[in-house]
Structures are given as structure tokens and as C-alpha cells.
Design a protein around this ligand. Structure first.
Ligand code: NAG
Ligand code: NAG
Ligand code: NAG
Ligand code: NAG
Ligand code: NAG
Ligand code: NAG
Ligand code: NAG
Length: 571
């Protein structure tokens, strides 16, 4: 208690009034100077280089338009990714959300005199994510060198730009855990994987405007590993009304150095699930990360529902396909699926940790697989049978089940199989390439270290390898060329082991003999084919096919219901 008060270096009321002052002066300060962005972590990133002579052209333009209420809508943050720009909007309480039809991305020449500061060109947004006033992201095409991006309303007027950040030096997410600590997800500390760092060399920093060192609250770091930081949350932040606390950001600094840029507001993501021993509504859930793979979701979800998966958490890495409508139609058919926007680069391990925490309150077990991976139970048991066997046997210290993955090849096909992956691909490599895990989220080590899909468990818990005769994963890794080649252009989460580039050099995820060119090898169709394995195909055809139409549920829209009606049964 004593320590706690000491660490809150600014008293709450002073913090509140000072910050209120800062916020109101910012609001009044329409002159908007970018020199204020010469902030925080100067070392690697000098925003003034990009924005040097930006005069505020856009800013006087915004006003008037009462219909859209644009005067009070602003850009909260702008984050530059390698291939696009994320713009986070800030809406007033009563606003209606913009859609793609309302907005254009507009580009201004940086460094021109104010007289020429009309937008040079505009582009439609790539995508708009999020249906929440507090959490909507507009994705704009990348600004060419020398240009800045802002938003324009088609009905007239521009939206004020906000602070600009680079993706690779940024605190991008945070959440408050049930022990009241804050978990902070960071890019740019350049910590090595799989290793615990000395927490006392770092500190967490909280405030509305992290550029104002005088008005910040500091707190101790409890653990730091793999760019996930756990901090003690200042008392005053835990105890103040949502209105006040949900716009407070958190960041991290190495003591003696600058503070990282941040867009992370911890109070928006409370993970205060109750009692760890409470009964979980779901036996088995899945966390996955994907990009532009909506067309594979139907089969993957319906199949897994049948073998016992009850809840899906989908982390979407900037998809541009129809993922929202695919998820919506699955949800309409009573599959419990939620999408979480996860636009961040090389953060797969962090995303899985984030997902495990969110799943903890409702899921006894969580599997971490990609959408081209299918659990297969050759003996016909379902996942609950296997998991219950784990938790009920004498060894209740088992908190992770490792499942081997068989890599399937194109199996002689030339086009995507109409009946789905499970039926179409039947030839694979002999030896399993790696494994994926199913974990009990209550048993994760609080550092949340995980490397290539394996979490560190708390002391006293252990893993077992699943018997391959009982449970394996069919990984449709090398599909027909039209599908596989996409992995070349976009090295998506399902393909790159991720977290740090070096890990992938010589990784099993690189395809032997393909080099770096996306040209179909003449023998592609017959590659990676060592043994015929029709186990899953036979099971699916035997159990899922509509006896009248002979179609599988994922081949027909109306069929989705049939799967639900079958309930959870042994295949
Ligand atoms: C977390 O903080 C809230 C608000 O201060 C408090 O009511 C609660 O008891 C705290 N929980 C724990 C586990 O410390
Ligand atoms: C951690 O860092 C602190 C301060 O830099 C230092 O005093 C302490 O000895 C370090 N602890 C370890 C275990 O290295
Ligand atoms: C913010 O305040 C609300 C009360 O208005 C509280 O319920 C919430 O837990 C607070 N946020 C955090 C992070 O504690
Ligand atoms: C989906 O699962 C969550 C728990 O993760 C639960 O709170 C929610 O009520 C479920 N939704 C439906 C429609 O069952
Ligand atoms: C159940 O557990 C036992 C030992 O714990 C193991 O030998 C057996 O293979 C398991 N059965 C299934 C179906 O997982
Ligand atoms: C978490 O892991 C670290 C080292 O990796 C270990 O020292 C610590 O005891 C573990 N924590 C718990 C609660 O088991
Ligand atoms: C998301 O996709 C981009 C582009 O393909 C990739 O660089 C990035 O690492 C992916 N993110 C994750 C978390 O895998």
C-alpha cells in the first residue's frame, strides 16, 4: 500500500486537473503545430522528418457540416504500416459511424507552402474495421513519400489529423488483467524471444498525452518478456469513472531513455473475469489468426463444431475479403465466433497470448491452429472425450496437449476442391512437421511467453504429446498452386513462424526448392506426396454428407443448419 502511493508520483487530483487543462488547450489550439510531435522516443523515429513543413490546410476546412457532425469527429491516431496506413477515429457519443461510402483518404504534399496545401489526390479507403464508436479503424492506401494522409468527408470537409506513429516502435494494445495488472503489448523494444528481462530496468507510464512528462503516472514493471510487459496499474486509474479512465494511454520506457509512442488504452479491454476455479461454459475453443482466408472459414468452423469446438476467436490481420459477412452468416447459424482486429506486424505470438487471455473466462481448453489446419480424430472420439481423459486422469497437472501436424500436398489436384480441403487433399508427407497445442488458459505462466505456438506454463504444470492414433492435425499446407502462391505475395500468419525474422531463416516453413519466385513448378501437383491418407476424407464423407443432396454442409447455404442439428456426436 505504501509502495503504491509512492509510485503514483502525481496525485490523482493534480493529474486530473493538469490533464484537463492540457486536453482543453489542445482542443482550443487549432493552429496545430507538428513540432509537438518531436516527441518521445527520438532515437529511432523522427516524425518531424516526414511532416516537416506541414501547414494545417485541412484544419480550417473542418467545421460547419452539421449533418455529419464532422466538427467533433477527429483522428485519434495514425499508424503507418509498411503497406497501408491505419487511421483511428474518435467519435462523440451520439455520432453515427462512417462507412466506406462517407469517406475518402486524401493526400497532402508535405513541405509545401501553405498556399499549395490543397489535397493533391484522394483514394477510397481499403477497408473500415470495427463497428464501435470507441474503436473504428479506417485503412488507407500508403501515402507516397513526401505526402501525408488525412480523411475527407464526401459531403465536404476534412478531418483533423492526429499524432502519427510507426508500427515498429509502438505500444499497440493493452489490457487490464483480473489481478489488476496491466498487460502491455509493445513493438520496438527489440527483446529476444523466449527470455525474461530484468523488470527493474523498465517502467510503465500512464497518461492522456504521453508527450507531457509532467502529467504522467509511472508504475513498476512486474515482468517483461518477448515484448509483452506486465505493469502494476496505478491505483487512481483503477478507481476512476470510465469516462475519465478509458482515454488514458499506457506506454513503456527503458529507464533513462524515451517513452515509446502509444495508442493503447488499457481500460477499454478489461479482462476481469472472476474466479479461476469457476466452471467454464465451454470445454474447447479455438484462437486463430488469418488474412484474406474467409473462403476457407465455412468448412473449418462447421467441421470443428462437429468434433467439439464451441467458440472461435478470430484475429484478423487486415483482411480485404468478405470476412465480416462470412462471420455474420456463421453467427446467424449459432456458431459463436468473434473477430478481433489485429493489424499488427510480426506479432503472432503476442496475438495468441492476447487471445488466450480473452478466452480464459469461458474456455477450459484453447487450441491454437490456423484455418488450414484441422483436428482429426482417427478413432472417432470427439475432442471433449480426449480432453476429459486428460483432466480426469490422475495427472491433472497436464495443462497442454501437443498435437502433431501432418503436412498435406496438392494431392494431384489442379483447382480448389469443391467439396472442401478435408475431402480434396489426401496425400501427405510421411513424418509430421511440427505440433500445435491445446492449452488450459488458467495454467499459463504470467509472463505469457510463447514461442511458435507453445506457451510457458506455470510451475507445476506440464504438457503431454497426444497419441497420433487418437488426435492429429491435418495441415493443408501445400494446396493447389492458385492458393499456395498467395502465400508468396503475402507472407501471412499461417505461413510464417513469425515473431522474429531470424527464426524463419532455414525454417521448416520455407518451401524447399522454391526460392523466391512465384512460378508454378511443373511437378507441383505431385509434390509433398509420400503417403496416401484418406482418414479425414472418409470420416467427413461418411458423416457430413446430406443423404439426399449428397452435398456437404459447407457446399450449400441452407446446409449450415443441418450441422447444428446433428449436435455434438461421435463421428
Ligand atoms: C482491482 O481493483 C478494484 C478497484 O480498485 C478493486 O475493487 C479490486 O478488489 C481489485 N482486485 C484485485 C484482485 O486486486
Ligand atoms: C536489474 O536491474 C537493476 C537496476 O538496473 C539492478 O540493480 C539489478 O541488479 C538487476 N538485477 C538482475 C538480476 O540483473
Ligand atoms: C473505469 O471506471 C469504471 C467505473 O466508472 C470502472 O468500472 C472500470 O473498471 C474502470 N476502468 C479500469 C481500467 O479500472
Ligand atoms: C459466445 O461466447 C461468449 C464467451 O466467450 C459468451 O459470453 C457469449 O454469450 C456467447 N454468445 C452466444 C451467442 O452464445
Ligand atoms: C487417456 O489417457 C491415458 C493416460 O492418461 C492414455 O494412455 C490414453 O491414450 C488416453 N486416451 C485417449 C482417448 O486420449
Ligand atoms: C514463469 O516462468 C518463469 C521463468 O520462465 C519462472 O521463473 C516463474 O516461476 C514462472 N511463474 C509461475 C507463476 O510459475
Ligand atoms: C499480417 O500480414 C502482414 C503482411 O502479410 C505480415 O507482415 C504480418 O507479419 C502479419 N501479422 C501477423 C501477426 O502475422
Amino acid at each position: 500500500m505504501k509502495d503504491r502511493r509512492k509510485r503514483d508520483v502525481v496525485s490523482w487530483s493534480r493529474f486530473f486537473w493538469c490533464t484537463l487543462f492540457v486536453v482543453s488547450s489542445c482542443v482550443l489550439y487549432t493552429g496545430f503545430s507538428f513540432s509537438t510531435f518531436r516527441l518521445l522516443l527520438g532515437d529511432k523515429f523522427h516524425p518531424e522528418k516526414i511532416v516537416s513543413a506541414w501547414r494545417p490546410p485541412a484544419l480550417q476546412a473542418i467545421s460547419g457540416d452539421s449533418q455529419m457532425n464532422s466538427a467533433t469527429i477527429s483522428i485519434r491516431e495514425t499508424v503507418i504500416l509498411p503497406d497501408q496506413v491505419l487511421i483511428f477515429l474518435k467519435y462523440p457519443q451520439s455520432a453515427r459511424l462512417f462507412t466506406k461510402e462517407d469517406l475518402d483518404c486524401v493526400y497532402f504534399a508535405a513541405g509545401k507552402s501553405s498556399s499549395s496545401s490543397q489535397p493533391q489526390f484522394k483514394q477510397p479507403p481499403n477497408q473500415i474495421d470495427g463497428a464501435d464508436l470507441d474503436d473504428q479503424i479506417i485503412r488507407c492506401p500508403l501515402n507516397p513519400r513526401g505526402f501525408l494522409v488525412a480523411l475527407a468527408l464526401k459531403s465536404g470537409g476534412y478531418i483533423k489529423p492526429g499524432p502519427i506513429h510507426r508500427w515498429d516502435s509502438l505500444v499497440y494494445e493493452a489490457m487490464i488483467d483480473r489481478d489488476n495488472t496491466t498487460i502491455v503489448f509493445v513493438k520496438g523494444l527489440n527483446l529476444r524471444p523466449d527470455r525474461l528481462y530484468n523488470a527493474s530496468r523498465f517502467e510503465c507510464v500512464y497518461g492522456w498525452d504521453l508527450r507531457r512528462p509532467k502529467f504522467l503516472l509511472r508504475s513498476n514493471v512486474i515482468s517483461i518478456a518477448q515484448e509483452i510487459v506486465r505493469c502494476r496499474t496505478p491505483f487512481s486509474i483503477l478507481n476512476n469513472p470510465q469516462k475519465v479512465n478509458n482515454s488514458i494511454k499506457v506506454s513503456v520506457r527503458l529507464k533513462g531513455r524515451g517513452t515509446l509512442h502509444s495508442i493503447a488504452r488499457p481500460a477499454l479491454q478489461l479482462n476481469r473475469d472472476s474466479d479461476p476455479t469457476a466452471r467454464k461454459p465451454y470445454e474447447m475453443c479455438i484462437c486463430t489468426m488469418l488474412r484474406n482466408q474467409a473462403r476457407f472459414l465455412g468448412e473449418w468452423v462447421m467441421y470443428h463444431a462437429q468434433i467439439g469446438v464451441q467458440r472461435w476467436f478470430i484475429y484478423d490481420n487486415n483482411s480485404e475479403d468478405n470476412i465480416d459477412s462470412v462471420i455474420a452468416s456463421l453467427v446467424d447459424n449459432n456458431f459463436n465466433i468473434s473477430k478481433h482486429v489485429w493489424p499488427w506486424i510480426k506479432t503472432q505470438e503476442a496475438g495468441l497470448a492476447h487471445c488466450a487471455l480473452r478466452a480464459r473466462s469461458s474456455c477450459k481448453w484453447v487450441g491454437f491452429i490456423d484455418v488450414d489446419e484441422y483436428f482429426h480424430l482417427p478413432t472417432g472420439l470427439n475432442l471433449h472425450d480426449v480432453l476429459r481423459n486428460q483432466s480426469e486422469s490422475s495427472s491433472s497437472d497436464v495443462a497442454e496437449l501437443r498435437v502433431s501436424c501432418h503436412s498435406f500436398g496438392p494431392s494431384g489436384l489442379e483447382h480448389m476442391p469443391e467439396q472442401g480441403l478435408t475431402v480434396g487433399y489426401t496425400c501427405r508427407m510421411m513424418v509430421p512437421e511440427r505440433h500445435k497445442s491445446i492449452v488450459n488458459p488458467e495454467a499459463l505462466n504470467s509472463t505469457l511467453i510463447n514461442v511458435v505456438h507453445h506457451f510457458h506454463l506455470r510451475d507445476g504444470f506440464r504438457y503431454v504429446n497426444a497419441d497420433r492414433g487418437v488426435l492429429v492435425i491435418n495441415h493443408y499446407k501445400y494446396q493447389v498452386w492458385e492458393v499456395f502462391k498467395e502465400k508468396f505475395y503475402r507472407r501471412v500468419a499461417t505461413y510464417v513462424a513469425d515473431w522474429q525474422d531470424e527464426q524463419n531463416v532455414g525454417s521448416k516453413d520455407r518451401v524447399p526448392g522454391l526460392g523466391t519466385r512465384a512460378v508454378e513448378p511443373p511437378d507441383w501437383g505431385s509434390r509433398f506426396c509420400e503417403v496416401t491418407d484418406t482418414g479425414l476424407r472418409d470420416r467427413v464423407l461418411g458423416n457430413f454428407r446430406n443423404p439426399i443432396t449428397k452435398l456437404l454442409p459447407w457446399q450449400e447455404d441452407g446446409g449450415i443448419l443441418d450441422v447444428q442439428n446433428m449436435g455434438l456426436s461421435r463421428l
